[in-house]
Ligand binder design. Structure first.
Ligand SMILES: Nc1nc2c(ncn2[C@@H]2O[C@H](COP(=O)(O)OP(=O)(O)OP(=O)(O)O)[C@@H](O)[C@H]2O)c(=O)[nH]1
Ligand SMILES: [Mg+2]
Length: 315
């Protein structure tokens, strides 16, 4: 039986094995992913991002309680672009969800960067697809930080949540770039602390200055106190409200189409590039090509055109 079939049959060890292969970029993982793809597209994906220590994992943990009580199965992907290590154990303390570890309805996986550009987004998407094919109803993707990687990762979610905390100071300005635009819901966590009103005011100001969204959705600002569970019900309800609104005006389908396109283009780009790089290396032409560029006998634009033309003519 193939690895993919075992996964579809509910074999959890097979799923872990494939995720490890994805992590290690073992080529055979692709075959499994191909086989699983027709069985994906059913899960509801929720992205959660925010500064380190803002309470993302605590919020995820509390949300899992809710979803499990409703009988839903949950997948959790914890992504840490700042860590060079992947796997379960090392990032374990960032997840703080060990009490769900024995629940068969919950599957947790950590992911870290391997220093490969765009690689993390790609692997995250692959891991999400495996969990989706496993039949998980809801997939929560937690990413640390507020940079470009997180924006890309969270962008693949159906509902994206951005977490803020009191006392961020000027950090709200840093978060502004890119992340504010992708938030469907804002959460101010640690509301037991001073300064909640200030973050809220700052955030509203930033939102008012920003563009109105094309889809007409106005991201609500919710307040939580994740350690006590305060506000989590409202958050889950907010996600549901966002889902309903997107379904009503077909934004959900549009997002899924957009996601399919992005994924395809990413794969196409890297495949085409790998093809040409291999060709140049096989023919041992690097040095010659670089000499031509250095001597200005040709330019990189013409060189790219030429190599593409040569390849197409061959076919
Ligand atoms: N005071 C207070 N502390 C909280 C609250 N929510 C979480 N914490 C604490 O904040 C710390 C960080 O929480 P995590 O859930 O691990 O935060 P995180 O954003 O997942 O952290 P990283 O994954 O390391 O970036 C823990 O000690 C939590 O107990 C809250 O509402 N109030
Ligand atoms: Mg965490």
């Amino acid at each position: 039986m193939t690895l993919a079939k075992r996964i579809l049959d509910g074999d959890i060890r097979a799923a872990s094995r494939l995720m490890r292969d994805i992590d290690d970029r073992i080529p055979s993982a692709l075959e499994s992913l191909k086989e699983l793809y027709p069985h994906t597209g059913k899960a509801y994906i929720i992205g959660i991002t925010g500064p380190p220590g803002s309470g993302k994992s605590t919020i995820v943990d509390k949300m899992v309680d809710f979803f499990r009580k409703e009988g839903k199965t949950v997948g959790i992907v914890a992504v840490d672009p700042t860590s060079p290590f992947s796997g379960g154990a090392i990032l374990g303390d960032r997840i703080r969800m060990q009490r769900h570890a024995t629940d068969e309805g919950v599957f947790i996986r950590s992911l870290a960067t391997r220093g490969c550009l765009g690689g993390l987004t790609r692997s995250t998407q692959d891991i999400i697809n495996v969990m989706d094919a496993m039949g998980k109803d809801i997939i929560l993707v937690e990413t640390v930080g507020v940079g470009q990687d997180e924006v890309e990762i969270v962008h693949t979610a159906h509902t994206s949540i951005v977490i803020l905390v009191p006392g961020l100071g000027d950090d709200i300005q840093a978060i502004k770039a890119g992340v504010i635009e992708i938030a469907d819901l804002f959460v101010i966590n640690k509301c037991d602390r001073d300064g909640t009103d200030k973050v809220e005011r700052d955030l509203r100001l930033v939102l008012e200055m920003g563009r109105r969204r094309e889809d007409g959705w106005e991201p609500p600002i919710l307040k939580t106190e994740a350690i006590t569970g305060k506000g989590i019900f409202e958050l889950v309800y907010g996600i549901l409200r966002h889902k309903k609104a997107m379904e009503k005006n077909n934004v959900l389908e549009k997002r899924q189409r957009e996601r399919a396109k992005t994924t395809f283009l990413e794969i196409l780009t890297s495949e085409v590039m790998a093809h040409f790089i291999q060709k140049i290396e096989k023919e041992g032409k690097w040095e010659m090509m670089l000499d031509e560029l250095m001597n200005r006998r040709t330019d990189p634009y013409s060189m790219a055109e030429k190599i593409i033309e040569e390849e197409l003519r061959k076919k």
